[in-house]
Ligand binder design. Structure first.
Ligand code: C2O
Ligand code: CU
Length: 701
């Protein structure tokens, strides 16, 4: 609804600009009417404009009032205190100043008939009181539009102050111009003639002056947005979330050496176990490969081990894992980030923060203990937007230590991605059929890796449960039927069901059943494709399952409280004009850096004021969802590592700062991250020797 109301505001503002502009032009040309009759008719036309402009202004105010009623101030304070006056004041001026003149004008023009208008009518028609208010409605709408695309933020007061100062100046200039014109035309003996070319020339020169001023401003902005050749990840402004900046008497006895206080710790020291024979070894070789989709289409992919997606890494909880990454021929360099698995910081695989990108011919060894059970994935975190889109990713599954070997037929990873725009599960861009005996307990591990697409899934043919979200098991999940599941980029759902006697069961990626898995207890090849009924509802984790104890909750005392306001803004990033996606009004490296100390209990409020959804992903930690839009989470504890924050949503989440390091916290729509929608969670005292850019050419996004 929020997105709808903001879009409505945008449309109404554009209409107001258009009608205000037209009305201003009509008012300006009144005096050139050749006859009293014509003047009268045009004045009547202007009444219609006046009513239209008023209606638009009122609709805008209603839209804003609706937001004020339904949402927190963060969503509407700029609208109420900035947009509303910019709309209301000119609309009021039209009624106070222009409308009376218009009334008198109609009367004065009425007697003339076919003859040219009376001098009194002409005098009224050029009155600035009549013309300028109409022009101001357009100017006000323009200013409100500007503030829609450049929402005001405290750090950049000039962006509000300058246009706000320009407005009265522009109004005064308009007034003076029309007053002069009124003196000239009002005194002239002859009815004035409209000289179109003169007007056009005048308009063009005004436009040229404005364009020149704007152009130089834009060039300046473009230049100042250029990123330095090398910079530290820790360039942001520190935000201590209400905690003190200095190490106080906190006594946190964690497993790690305390990292605060006098000394500093380098991320390179925050490794997994460096000693010990690993329980499992994996070799991943990054290489370019041509892969073939199920339909036969080929894709030039970037792969691990020549496979896209990369090989499934399966392990058991508690095992020591060693992964050797070798880069064969990915010139941009590669890393591996274990998305959702909360490994020690040095193993996190972020180029420029925890390591240097691995260049062709080089290798890097990751060692960590798999501490969480669940469904995860791995991907390169060097140039990740392009790397993930091209295929440098794969599934990672951690099984419980005591689990019997899963029957592979019943434990199925369903990884959805778009290859050159074609949706596929793995590489299968059609329907895959499998036979599964009736009575088998099936777990489907949905992983969605595709950028900036909220991927819907439908399961038809059996009741099912969402057993886990982002790798974390849910407590007593309810049975669902015909629910629609929507996964955000980077998110995971595990769904479980028992294969019914009567098949088949269809898992459809998308709503149409064209891409999916057809599971049948009998001969899968012969099974008919079931129809997908209309969805009962979209699955919502907020009240799903039943509550269970959590280590902290909404009533806990938090050591740090942070706010992340997500929004859009037009601007430059590294010299290019973009629709920017901002965190607290800024893009990296100007985004804040949330500072914590080991042991802190942290609460973050995430607000999406913008127009598109942002799956927010914090590395190294899982957050517990406390509430959404003021409604407390009431179902199973909902732990997330990739939280889909849609427009108009306010989430409160909490986590324990128990994994020292410097952690990326970014939007997993990697196209957003690539233009600055990233920031960091940093533990006090932790430093990194790595840089973004520089000789190592690290570009995490
Ligand atoms: Cu899956 Cu920082 O990423
Ligand atoms: Cu985003």
């Amino acid at each position: 609804m929020y997105a709808l109301m903001t879009q409505l505001e945008l449309v109404l503002l554009l209409l107001l600009l258009a009608f205000g502009w037209t009305a201003g032009g009509r008012a300006f040309r009144l005096v050139y009417s050749g006859s009293g009759k014509l003047l009268r008719r045009k004045a009547s036309g202007l009444w219609i404009c006046l009513l239209l402009v008023t209606a638009l202004a009122l609709a805008l105010l209603a839209d804003i009032a609706w937001m004020v009623r339904a949402y927190d101030p963060v969503y509407w304070q700029d609208r109420l205190f900035l947009h509303a006056p910019l709309i209301l004041l000119p609309a009021g001026a039209v009624w106070i100043f222009a409308a009376p003149v218009l009334l008198r004008l109609r009367r004065a023009a009425g007697d003339a008939g076919e003859a040219s208008p009376q001098p009194e009518a002409r005098r009224l028609a050029v009155s600035p009181r009549l013309i300028v208010p109409f022009q101001l409605t357009a100017l006000g709408a323009l200013a409100a539009l500007y503030f829609t695309f450049m929402p005001p933020v405290a750090q950049r007061l000039a962006e509000v102050a300058i246009p706000l100062c320009l407005l009265p100046l522009a109004s005064a200039a308009l007034w003076m111009r029309h007053a002069r014109r009124a003196r000239k035309l009002g005194a002239a003996a002859e009815p004035p003639v409209y000289r179109r070319w003169r007007q056009t020339l005048l308009h063009l020169s005004v436009v040229a002056v404005i364009a020149a001023a704007a152009g130089s401003g834009l060039t300046l902005a473009a230049e100042s947005s250029r990123l330095p050749a090398a910079m530290s990840m820790m360039a942001g402004t520190a935000d201590y979330g209400g905690g003190s900046a200095e190490a106080s008497g906190h006594d946190h006895s964690g497993a790690h050496a305390p990292v605060h206080g006098a000394g500093t710790v380098s991320v390179t020291e925050l490794t997994g176990p460096s000693e010990g024979e690993p329980d499992r070894r994996f070799e991943l070789i990054a290489q370019r490969t041509t892969v073939r989709l199920g339909s036969g289409r080929t894709v030039e992919a970037w792969t691990y081990n020549g496979a896209a997606p990369g090989p499934e890494l399966r392990m058991k909880r508690g095992e020591l894992i060693e992964v050797t990454l070798t880069n064969r021929d990915i010139e941009d360099g590669v890393t591996i980030h274990w998305h959702g698995l909360d490994v020690p910081n040095a193993e996190d695989g972020v180029a420029g923060a925890t390591q240097n990108a691995v260049m062709p011919g080089d290798r890097h060894i990751y060692r960590f203990r798999a501490e969480q059970v669940g469904t995860f994935w791995y991907h390169s975190h060097q140039n990740s937007r392009e790397a993930v889109q091209k295929g440098l990713f794969g599934p990672l599954i951690v099984e419980p230590e005591d689990s019997p070997a899963f029957a592979p037929a019943a434990d199925i990873t369903v990884l959805t991605h778009r290859w050159n725009g074609r949706l596929a599960i793995g590489l299968n861009d059609g329907l895959e059929r499998r036979t599964i005996p009736a009575g088998t307990a099936v777990r489907l591990r949905l992983i969605h890796t595709d950028d900036w697409i909220r991927q819907p899934y439908r399961l038809t043919g059996a009741p099912f449960r969402v057993a886990a979200i982002d790798g974390a098991e849910l407590h007593e999940p309810d049975e669902l039927r015909d629910a629609r599941l929507v996964l955000t980029t980077g998110g995971r759902y595990d769904i479980t069901f028992v294969m019914p006697e009567e098949g088949p069961v269809l898992l459809s990626a998308g709503d149409q059943g064209k891409v999916g898995l057809l599971l049948s207890p009998g001969d899968a090849a012969a099974a008919p494709v079931p129809d997908i009924p209309p969805p009962a509802a979209d699955f919502d984790p907020l009240g799903y399952g039943s509550p269970a104890p959590t280590p902290f909750g909404p009533a806990s005392r938090f050591d740090r409280e942070f706010t992340m306001v997500l929004d859009n803004r037009l601007g430059f990033y590294n010299g290019r004009f973009e629709q920017l996606y901002t965190i607290n009004g800024a893009v990296f490296p100007d985004t804040p850096m949330f500072m914590v100390r080991e042991g802190d209990l942290v609460k973050t409020t995430i607000v999406n004021r913008g127009a598109v959804d942002h799956p927010m992903h914090l590395h190294g930690h899982h957050v517990l969802v406390l509430s959404r839009n003021g409604v407390p989470a009431s179902g199973s504890p909902w732990w997330s590592d990739t939280l889909d924050v849609t427009p108009g949503d306010t989430y409160e989440v909490a986590f324990r700062a128990d994994n020292p390091g410097i952690w990326m916290d970014h939007c997993h729509n990697l196209t957003h991250a690539a233009i600055g929608m990233t920031m960091h969670l940093a533990y006090e005292g932790v430093v990194t020797p790595f840089t973004i850019g520089g000789p190592a050419a690290n570009h995490p996004e």
